[in-house]
Design a binder for this molecule. Sequence first.
Ligand SMILES: Cc1cc2nc3c(=O)[nH]c(=O)nc-3n(C[C@H](O)[C@H](O)[C@H](O)COP(=O)(O)O)c2cc1C
Length: 167
Amino acid sequence: MSEATVDTSVFDGFRGAMRRMASSVSVITTVNGDAHHGMAATSVSSLSFSPPSLLVCINRNITMHDAVKMAGVFCVNILGETHGDVCDAFGGKLNGAERFTIGGWLDHDTGLRYLPDAAASIFCKLDATFEYGTHTICVGLVEKVILGEEGAPLLYREGGVGGFRRF
Ligand SMILES: Cc1cc2nc3c(=O)[nH]c(=O)nc-3n(C[C@H](O)[C@H](O)[C@H](O)COP(=O)(O)O)c2cc1C
């Protein structure tokens, strides 16, 4: 067995494997009254076109978890290559509403905050939840989409961000 394919424990192996997976970064926002919340997320995935739906997995220990459940709505903002600072802020560098000081956030008619220069902002109704381990799988029924900049995406891999290269 070569060094590159060395066997290891399931936990370490899985963590190492996931670190090697490049994922597009989004910021999920929600709102309860006047209180806006946001978090960085790589767990966003398209679910179905019938009905148009996506999923995001949210750790039950973080602020967004109960905030999204209470609000029943959320917005997925797909970050572009220029949004490294936004990713940092919403990934834990800043706390609470202070996170929205990074990036040109706007308030949509729905009350949800969105990033106009994101690749896209997808407004969802929380339609179903499934608890698994430490996380809740949240299914969003897509109600509105704003397509923004068509530029390169922001990717997360090996604990850091980078860009996309087409062959
Ligand atoms: C690039 C990146 C992707 C992340 N993806 C997720 C995710 O998909 N689900 C999740 O629960 N936390 C994810 N996190 C961690 C949350 O963003 C972080 O725990 C949250 O912002 C903490 O918020 P709080 O301090 O308000 O509770 C990610 C962090 C980073 C930096």
